[in-house]
Design a protein around this ligand. Structure first.
Ligand code: ADE
Length: 380
């Protein structure tokens, strides 16, 4: 993670977070460990709790114990998760780094500021009466392009393929939701040889999907055609009883949204009058009344982290570089309560560092071009 490393090296010299208490509710992965170390290098005291019980890498949680207070083990139940959040809150954090908004919701009245990594979290925070500023890292361009599109796009399919070992070529893959993550999943599924159907509620996004060459249709129609279904809507019940009733025998269901609510698990269980059994690790077969079998991957939890290793380090390098710079910005700036965009210069700084790490050079405007672009004078 060269971009994060360069920030860590600067943090070691400048100590912009000296004495700042940072609490993080993130997926406990090797990449997150690098972020924690960068924050520590900047002088922060860091406490970390797992954002999802199936994404925790226990060896990482163990190894981080010497530099941070870590809560969470793989497979934890809801009570252990709540205990982790409560432990972070009791440490009176000044800055919270969040993945899903549970931590900021619990601590916003005491925070100097928060940083939110997910679309789901931002939807929740915008519906709240926030007492502190929150930087919407998820909406930074470097994050969307990298994390959502390329990171989730690849790792979602990775999770599905690792769990089921199916061939995507020749299958019909239905993507529910065409935000940045949906775009990534659709793009990569097409690249793997699948026919892709997109289901959307937003006309602009639906139009974009159509112009990209994907089939676009309501989910009830897609339910009859799909072999693999991926939910990335951020909402609940994107796949529910009415859809299960129409699906083909052998359909695979996976969720890549943050919470396990996008596939209605209660309705799936209710439809499975023929029984439920584990047919592979992380794959549950639900047998419907007429004998059709639906295969649920990773219990409907975020499949790229639960059935694979989440986004590759190259992707998290960009996301966590943004998080580190956003934490530094929050520590130094006086922002009012509410959700704020990440300053565009941070976005560009991270993109420039990533290009440098990749050894890619780009052009700069000439003086004449700069003058042209900053002038209102009539064009000749
Ligand atoms: N979110 C998605 N992938 C991740 C990863 N590898 N580490 C931490 N958070 C993530």
């Amino acid at each position: 993670m060269p971009v994060l490393r360069s920030i860590r090296e600067r943090f070691e010299r400048e100590r912009p977070l000296d004495g700042v208490r940072v609490a993080a509710c993130l997926h406990v992965t090797a990449e997150t460990a690098n972020l924690v170390r960068a924050l520590r290098a900047g002088g922060a005291e860091v406490a970390l709790a797992a954002a999802n019980p199936l994404s925790t890498q226990d060896d990482v949680a163990e190894a981080l114990g010497d530099v941070a207070d870590v809560h969470g083990r793989r497979g934890d139940d809801a009570a252990a998760y709540a205990k982790g959040i409560a432990a972070l809150a009791s440490g009176e954090p000044q800055i919270a780094l969040d993945d899903g908004a549970d931590l900021i919701a619990a601590t916003h009245e005491q925070l100097r500021g928060g940083i939110e990594e997910t679309t789901t979290g931002l939807v929740r925070l915008r519906a709240m009466d926030l007492a502190c500023p929150v930087l919407a890292v998820n909406e930074a361009l470097a994050e969307r392009a990298f994390n959502d599109r390329y990171g989730t796009g690849q790792s979602t399919l990775d999770g599905i393929v690792r769990a089921t070992n199916i061939l995507l070529a020749g299958r019909t893959l239905v993507v529910l939701g065409y935000g940045w993550t949906g775009r990534g999943v659709a793009l990569r599924a097409r690249g793997a040889g699948a026919s892709v159907i997109v289901c959307e509620v937003d006309p602009l996004r639906a139009l974009e999907a159509r112009m990209e060459g994907f089939d676009v249709m309501p989910a009830l129609e897609a339910a009859e055609r799909g072999d693999v279904f991926v939910t990335v809507t951020g909402s609940r019940g994107a796949l529910r009883g009415a859809h299960f009733e129409r699906m083909k025998d052998g359909a695979v269901l996976a969720n890549a949204g943050h919470f396990d609510v996008e596939i209605d698990l209660a309705e799936l269980r209710a439809a499975a009058t023929g029984g439920v059994r584990e047919v592979l690790p992380l794959v549950e077969e639900h047998v419907l009344g007429d004998g059709r079998r639906l295969h649920l991957v990773a219990a409907g939890r975020v499949v790229n982290l639960a059935a694979a290793q989440g986004h590759p380090a190259e992707v998290m390098d960009v996301s966590f570089a943004l998080q580190a710079l956003a934490a530094e910005h929050l520590a130094g700036a006086d922002l009012g309560p509410g959700v704020h965009a990440v300053p565009p210069e941070l976005d560009r700084q991270v993109a420039a560092l990533k290009l440098a790490a990749l050894g890619v050079e780009i052009d700069t405007l000439t003086g004449d071009q700069e003058a042209y672009l900053s002038s209102w004078m009539p064009r000749p």
